[in-house]
Design a protein around this ligand. Structure first.
Ligand SMILES: NC(=O)c1ccc[n+]([C@@H]2O[C@H](COP(=O)([O-])OP(=O)(O)OC[C@H]3O[C@@H](n4cnc5c(N)ncnc54)[C@H](OP(=O)(O)O)[C@@H]3O)[C@@H](O)[C@H]2O)c1
Length: 313
């Protein structure tokens, strides 16, 4: 056990930076983080979920993406119990949808400002935090997934006004956007945006302009579905012949190549691959050590990008 300058034992030795160093909301984080959505599958095996999260922290993961609607607070509860306040994990949650137990997804749009506020409060309770480091506003402008209709079509400025007031009050540390279009991002820039989380991967690169705008504005680009997601019907990075060939030549798995490509693609990319499998967790973190040569990058860059037109609800 190491000692801090005051002489007290530190709870954990300093972890390595998984995938190198990145920045989230002005805080240094490992470029390889963790997406907690897949942990819903471990709802009946809390012990396995906690072991997996603690192993992620040991491996250097210090940026975790979550939502209240992942298991109706169950996944947030896993995070609360796995991490200690002094573990230095930057938790990023999202608001804009509410749990809908029994529903097809199961979540439903919750875009109105009072719903956003209630969702922040629910996240604070289930995460056991006094301040949520980053809250992503999950807009419904860009697919795949839910679409807004009726009173769920809400002006972005009204939502940002609410989130800005929560940030001023210290309830949240920073604001991010998810499921947003280029115009929405441009409009939101004056509010101060820490990160953008849209669906993006080697096989779905429709948001390249937004990725570049984020780079210019020093906003972290945090793709969801970095491997193509777990939903059937979406293109999977691991099915691509160029990815499979690169995996063979690098002694890696296709999933690792897909993640390594994202890390090589731009310096402001932070990864949140999702898994409930401890071996996949180890492999995903190890992807941060894979160096892709120029020939491989050219072959991977040539993979055809496809639209994500799956309606999830
Ligand atoms: N902002 C949003 O609206 C939004 C939407 C969706 C997701 N997200 C966030 O983004 C995160 C990532 O997205 P995602 O989990 O849906 O999709 P993903 O990371 O692209 O893929 C997850 C799928 O890949 C499998 N997988 C993971 N690592 C693997 C490996 N090394 N080898 C083989 N298979 C592997 C997982 O299965 P195993 O569990 O068996 O490994 C799971 O089926 C989520 O966890 C969530 O936190 C955000």
């Amino acid at each position: 056990m190491t000692q801090n300058p005051a002489g007290f034992p530190n709870p954990m030795p300093p972890a390595p930076r998984a995938g190198g160093a990145g920045t989230m909301a002005s805080r240094p984080v490992s470029r390889i983080g963790f997406g907690a959505m897949q942990l819903e599958r471990l709802h009946a095996d809390r012990a396995a979920a906690l072991v997996l999260l603690r192993r992620a922290r040991e491996l250097g993961v210090d940026h975790v993406d979550t939502a209240q609607f992942y298991g109706d607070g169950v996944v947030n509860g896993f995070l609360r119990d796995a991490f200690r306040g002094d573990d230095g994990v930057v938790v990023v949650t999202k608001v804009g949808a509410d749990p809908d137990p029994g529903g097809a997804l199961p979540l439903r749009p919750a875009q109105r400002p009072e719903q956003l506020r209630a969702s922040v409060e629910a996240n604070l309770r289930s995460l056991g935090l006094e301040q949520i480091p980053v809250v992503n506003l999950r807009r419904l402008d860009a697919g795949p997934g839910l679409r807004a209709s009726g009173d769920q079509v809400v002006d972005l400025d009204d939502q940002l006004a609410l989130l800005t007031s929560l940030r001023d009050a210290g309830t949240i540390g920073a604001i991010g956007l998810s499921g947003v279009g280029l115009d929405g991002l441009r409009r939101a820039l004056p509010a101060g945006i820490a990160c953008v989380q849209n669906a993006y991967s080697l096989v779905s690169r429709g948001d390249e302009d937004m990725l570049r705008l984020c780079l210019d504005e020093k906003i972290a680009w945090v793709p969801f579905f970095p491997l193509g997601g777990s939903f059937p019907g979406l293109p999977k990075v691991t099915d691509e012949p160029a990815v499979i060939a690169a995996a063979r030549s690098h002694g890696a798995t296709p999933a690792q190549i897909g993640l390594a490509w994202l890390l090589h693609h731009a310096p402001h990319v932070l990864l949140i691959p999702g898994t409930a499998d401890p071996d996949h967790l180890e492999a995903n973190v190890a992807a941060g050590t894979i160096a892709l040569d120029d020939t491989t990058l050219v072959a991977l860059d040539a993979v055809r990008s496809r639209a994500l037109d799956l309606a999830l609800g």
